[in-house]
Design a protein around this ligand. Sequence first.
Ligand SMILES: [Cu+2]
Length: 336
Amino acid sequence: MLAALGLAATGCASNEFTRLGVPEPITEQGQRVLALWQGSWVAAFAVGLLVWGLIVWSIIFHRKRSEQLPPQVRYNMPIEALYTVLPIVVIAVLFYFTARDQTYLLETDEQADANVEVVAFQWSWEFNYLDQSKAEAAEAAGGDEEADPEILFSEVGTPDQMPTLVLREGDVVHFDLHSPDVIHSFWIPAFAFKMDVVPGHDNEFQVKVNEGTAGTYMGRCAELCGADHTRMLFQVEVMEPDEYDAWYAEQQEAAEAEQAEQAAAEEAEDAQSGAEGGEPQGDAEAEAQTEGEGEQADGGQDGAEGDAQAQDASEGEQADDAAARDEESEDEEAGR
Ligand SMILES: [Cu+2]
């Protein structure tokens, strides 16, 4: 049995039949999972053959031949010991390989080429491509160990429009899994691996994408998470290095352009509301909008258009607020 397990674990010929239902893995880790799966089946078949063999043997060679009762024996110690020890050996071997492979699959020590934050929400996925370098530099400098890596660009899906996760052949990819609502499960069948995405508990794993695996694969949520669970799908596109690099640069440029556009729009708005008078008001409004606080922005606009007396009364206060927020945002930027 050990020999058979060993043979399977070295990953002999792997075709659709010998994979026993597992899709062709596209990661090194996936190949390990496949080997464990095949090895477990080899062990199960070995035990099965032994049991079926004994059944067939007794049916054929120990049929009822006369009315005479065969010799009645009991407490055969060697046999009793054998069928206590043998299952323990089988379980111990399966346990050993499972524990060994689990340790390997959950290892995240190797330096990753790409870092992706996966946010699973009801009911789609967000893939944030992270710039780990700054967080690592901060950590190395002995500074803020909790420093959050910067998001370079994002891909957000909806139940109607599934997002695409793009990976590069040969990359070690690190995944951080976050959920803002309920438990989901991040499953790419071609990884032969899935991991739960648990709110309040950040899971992580990483894989090495094999060479020669460029193509499109499916991803799903594997944890019943609500009404639209079945629509929580995504695509995985593995690209060749050149193609990926071009795509990556394009995404980064697009994200930067968007940021510049946003900043320009804010500046224009700032200037506009400044021209309308009520300078502190203008500041407060622009600040409120940059922080995405819709309510405050509305309040600011109402004030600007509406009651002049109320505006006078609150102007001093708002100017203070604006100054405080200015400081805050400056601190934030300096912190990055
Ligand atoms: Cu889900």
